[in-house]
Write a protein that binds this ligand. Structure first.
Ligand code: HEM
Length: 213
């Protein structure tokens, strides 16, 4: 019968002495490197930008739609000014939002077919493009029409196109085109969110809402 004493002696596998074992058990054990936390929702600043701009854009779009056909009056004049001031504010906030977005990664895509991921990214980036195209074309239209913008009545903004009636007419149409384009993108965006909430039930909306994970 083979006993342990009969085994060839291997110093590496030799049983350790009790004191040695105790010392080993007290030796500091290397901690595994911490796993980077998986981001499951947008950060607070991105959410703030999203909701402030969503409200501002829907409000400014609605005022623009309503005021366009009003007969000449003081109300129409006031609405035009507020519409322009809001547009310039949206432009400035969008610039800050874009910088924030480029420096802070959004959460990873939820599992969904590749074409849906592509569609979602395309709509998001086209929305970002519209955040600039709509107010900038409106600003240029106002300048070409000979109405320089004084932001909230205090800060005169430069005219970056000359006063020109024909140019003003073209810029008006461009501004409308961009605004309707933005409207369609928002409808596509809302349709996708509703699909995720009602059909997929995959928690997509929670990614843009504050609260616990
Ligand atoms: C009730 C209205 C709205 C809801 C419920 C909503 C919801 C959401 C949600 C859940 C996301 C995150 C999607 C994801 O996780 O992939 C998102 C992203 C986004 N939303 Fe909205 N949204 C609304 C209105 C708007 C409006 C009006 C705009 C613009 C005019 C807008 C522009 C965007 C953009 C650009 C993103 C991408 C954000 C980024 O990746 O930086 N949303 N929205």
């Amino acid at each position: 019968m083979t006993t342990i004493d009969d085994q060839p002696h291997d110093p590496d596998n030799a049983p350790t002495q009790p004191a040695e074992t105790a010392a080993l058990s007290m030796a500091p054990v290397a901690e595994p490197a911490p796993m980077p936390a998986v981001k499951t929702r947008y950060d607070g600043v991105a959410m703030l930008f999203h909701w402030v701009l969503a409200i501002a854009i829907i409000g400014t779009f609605s005022v623009g739609w309503y005021m366009a056909d009003l007969p000449f009056s003081l109300t129409r004049l006031k609405l035009f000014n507020w519409h322009k001031w809001a547009g310039v504010t949206i432009l400035a906030l969008s610039a800050l939002r874009l910088l924030w977005r480029l420096w802070h990664r959004p959460p990873a895509d939820l599992p969904m077919p590749a074409w849906q991921k592509l569609g979602a990214h395309a709509v998001h980036w086209l929305l970002y493009a519209a955040f600039f195209a709509v107010p900038l074309s409106g600003w240029a239209y106002s300048s070409a029409a000979g109405f320089p913008i004084v932001w909230f009545g205090v800060l005169p903004l430069p005219d970056f196109v000359p006063k020109d009636k024909a140019l003003a007419e073209s810029l008006k149409q461009l501004h409308q085109l961009f605004a309707y384009g933005l409207g369609l993108l928002v409808l596509a965006h809302l349709g996708a969110v509703v699909k995720h909430v009602v059909l997929d039930r995959d928690g997509l909306l929670r990614r843009m809402l504050p609260g616990r994970a």
